[in-house]
Design a protein around this ligand. Sequence first.
Ligand code: ZN
Length: 324
Amino acid sequence: MRNKKNKYHQTRKYLRNIQKRTTLNNSKVRDSFSTTENEIGLRNIAYIYQSELNYIGKCILDYPRIETGGQLFGFWTASGVPVVVYAIGPGPKANHQVTFFNQDIEYLKFVGRILVSEFGLMHIGEWHSHHQLGLDKPSGHDAETMQHSIDNLHLNRFLLCIGNCNGIDYSIKPYIFMENHKGYNSSLWKIKGDMSPFRSAIDKYLSTIKLQKRHEPKDEYSWFSVKSNRVRLKNILDFLKAKSGAIDSKAQLKENIVEIITRFQDRHEVIYFPPDFPKSPITLTLHYGNGCIKEIRPEPSLINCSEKDDVFLVFKQQYNSICQ
Ligand SMILES: [Zn+2]
């Protein structure tokens, strides 16, 4: 959780200064347009090129069961409508987990500087995928950290896009956040054209310095491939089944990620074990009958474990901290 807050700060802080040159950093000017904006119905619009949606979509499908993400570059119109002309995906050292994503900061710094200084674009937003978590809008945590960063870094406006997929298809929804404004606006995409005029020029420029390549998911070590851990999984299931009100609990393995679904009368819980568990912590999503989804992670003090720790004991500690 702390990681994510730092991420939002880090990824934007460095760009804030170089962006100043290209930003129409005058909220009064923008506000004077807001009446026009309402009149012509642009308030909830976000412009993008189809090429950029396709690019983000491909990145989302690269990681169908864990989060991935990237940054959006372009500009804001005078009436405060975002125009996405170039999207980037995850850098080679990005951290992908089931319920969070941290961009590779070195990669972002490098590419971001080129996009801003060579191509005159602004860093106008970010995107990340909630893959198959069943949440097509910012999580409570996303909204909170986003608003915190925008207010602290005086970003005026920022676009956050949330992706989803089912393994074959994807969707991407835009949300606009404003400085000192509680809540965000859900927007609709308006496609400006098939191919962004910046896409091929920037790809060409970046390919000459051999940085822009799509990053395929690696064949990772999985805790579940160790026999003694598989035995401990049985203890984990028995522990969950014995919880008061539990109807049943079953485990499934999906692309190196173990998911345990426990059904209760009023909800079901999904626990995700990342491939490098217990080094990386479990995450839990609560799905209520009314469609409400809550995502929880263990206390930060409980997440520094080593591969050699007993997976059942680590699980019990983390789970109990979540379910207090
Ligand atoms: Zn999110």
